[in-house]
Design a protein around this ligand. Structure first.
Ligand code: SAM
Length: 180
């Protein structure tokens, strides 16, 4: 594993790392996909958790907004982007993910965000403008994130986390809402 070039320790809200139990919850949805982790944390916690579950994960240590111009593929198919993006750039990331679909080739993604983002005016306008059909995965647990500074897990995170998804297929996606 390489060190991420993008570890900006100055933005407090950007560097919280995902607890490994999240990946156990999302596993039924993603087990058949090769994965792309573009937002590598300081400790590679997310990649390690995915590898431990037997997933095929490619980390990219580069600037996401450059890397997305060449969405990583496996066997000619776009990998599934599964990540927890830097909070301060959430709308820029969402916009880039949606814009990446403009050539008509589906590039699936699952991104973990505070649940309010899905209902925000900014995301609603993006959906209306681009006519994208988002999906939503609601994990059945309150996620308590790890600090990248001291490695400790926060005890009582004050918000619920939800995944905005796109292009996901399989038995769990009879509708665009998925709870479990
Ligand atoms: C919320 S943390 C999540 C880390 C890891 N994905 C996880 O879930 O544990 C987001 C990470 O993205 C990195 N980052 C910030 N801007 C980035 C960019 N433009 N491209 C790639 N990574 C970036 C930050 O340094 C931070 O480590």
């Amino acid at each position: 594993m390489q060190d991420s070039l993008m570890c900006d320790k100055s933005k407090y809200s950007d560097n919280w790392e995902t607890p490994p139990e999240f990946y156990k919850h999302v596993l039924p949805l993603v087990k058949d996909y090769p994965i792309w982790e573009p937002f590598v944390g300081v400790s590679h916690r997310s990649t390690k958790a995915m590898l431990e579950l037997g997933l095929d994960v490619l980390e990219t240590p580069n600037d996401f907004f450059e890397q997305i111009k060449e969405w990583p593929e496996k066997d000619g198919k776009p990998r599934l982007l599964l990540s927890n993006p830097p909070f301060s750039q959430k709308f820029k990331v969402l916009e880039a993910l949606v814009e990446a679909q403009a050539d008509g080739k589906v590039k699936p993604f699952i991104i973990l965000l505070p649940s309010w983002v899905y209902a925000s005016a900014t995301f609603r306008k993006l959906v209306v403008r681009t006519k994208i059909k988002p999906q939503l995965f609601i994990p059945a647990l309150r996620l308590n994130y790890f600090s990248s500074q001291d490695g400790l897990q926060k005890k009582a995170t004050s918000f619920d986390s939800t995944c905005i998804c796109y292009g996901m297929e399989g038995e769990h996606w009879e509708t665009n809402l998925c709870y479990f």
